[in-house]
Design a protein around this ligand. Structure first.
Ligand code: MLT
Length: 328
């Protein structure tokens, strides 16, 4: 019997796949923001693609755990059982929150297994439909003329929308120009913007493209160095750099994570399935339609993903500390 077990383990080790994983127990992908937002959208599309690349036997469920810029959900995953049944899709907040939260309940580079980088997403600066401006220059002039009277929505300290708002206010040197209003994610924030309850937001194209196309919000600029000339809708908006905000460059990225200590064979199986999902034409089409770019380089691999995040933590720290002077 022992020889049989040893042989089975050897096969497992060689195949890099975990015998019996995932079994009938669902695989939860924790999204640390409210349902319906950009992070949630990527997670659901990725889960659908990975269900296929794991042979249809894997039952993925997306679990929304919002609050505190994504750190509540990330803390839950850091403390979850490392059995391959709890994963997390988190974005640039993995790298921004160490600079913003003095008492972060987890260590980004030590408490997680890195499963690979999934995509990169531009952001758009948008306003409520009633905002009396149609170009970026009119928009910025209106913000200046109404300093102290307007508000900017975001998804919590350290969220992509929060970082973008900080960096943008810093770049135009508008000290305390806007009150910032946090939400559990940019899905509820978008509802408030469309309804005119808040004035401005910077959000990912995966969440804004449909609203812009539907005329439910006004768009003014994108956060990438150059305009998104390849996108049928977003190509019409200038980049903030083109509008004179020197060196403004913000692209959001999403990575897949598991709790530290998840078995290597399970990690290999998940990374293999994720990489196959990133090559799925249906997944790519969905992402590109929303302005996102699916990762095709070595950052799909765990080591390069982790090195990338470590670099982002170092890059964002001074940017956030400088911009933080302008936070309300
Ligand atoms: C963010 O601003 O960090 C995200 O858009 C939050 C979300 O996915 O809802």
């Amino acid at each position: 019997m022992k020889r049989l077990l040893a042989a089975a383990l050897a096969v497992t080790a060689l195949s890099g796949f975990a015998q019996g994983y995932p079994g009938s127990k669902p695989i939860s992908i924790v999204v640390p923001f409210a349902a319906g937002g950009p992070t949630d959208r990527v997670a659901r599309d990725l889960a659908e693609a990975m269900r296929k690349t794991m042979g249809g036997g894997a039952n993925f469920v997306v679990e929304n755990v919002g609050g505190a810029g994504g750190t509540i959900g990330a803390t839950k995953v850091a403390r979850a059982a490392p059995d391959g049944h709890t994963l997390m899709l988190f974005h640039i907040g993995m790298a921004s929150t160490p600079a913003l939260y003095r008492k972060l309940q987890y260590k980004p580079l030590e408490d997680f297994e890195y499963l690979g980088l999934v995509n990169e997403v531009p952001m758009t600066l948008i306003g409520k439909p009633q905002l009396p401006a149609n170009t970026y220059r009119d928009f910025e002039a209106y913000i200046r003329a109404n300093s102290g009277k307007l508000n900017l929505a975001h998804a919590g300290l350290g969220s992509a929308s929060h970082i973008c708002g900080l960096m943008w206010q810093h770049a135009i040197k508008l000290n305390d120009a806007m009150t910032t209003i946090p939400f559990g994610g940019t899905a509820p924030a978008m509802n408030a913007l469309v309804g005119g309850q808040v004035d401005v937001m910077c959000d990912q194209t995966t969440n804004t493209t449909g609203q812009i196309e539907g005329g439910r919000v006004k768009a003014f600029a994108v956060t990438t160095p150059k305009a998104l000339s390849g996108h049928k809708l977003l190509k019409d908006y200038p980049s903030l750099q083109e509008m004179g905000l020197k060196d403004f460059n913000l692209t959001i990225w999403h990575g897949l994570y598991a709790p530290k200590g998840t078995p290597p064979a399970v990690l290999t199986q998940l990374n293999t399935a994720m990489k196959a999902a990133l090559k799925d034409p249906a997944f790519i089409k969905k992402q590109e339609g929303l302005g996102a770019v699916v990762v095709t380089d070595k950052r799909m691999e765990p080591e390069a993903h982790k090195a990338f995040v470590a670099g982002e933590i170092a890059k964002l720290k001074p940017v956030i500390e400088a911009a933080g002077k302008f936070a309300d």
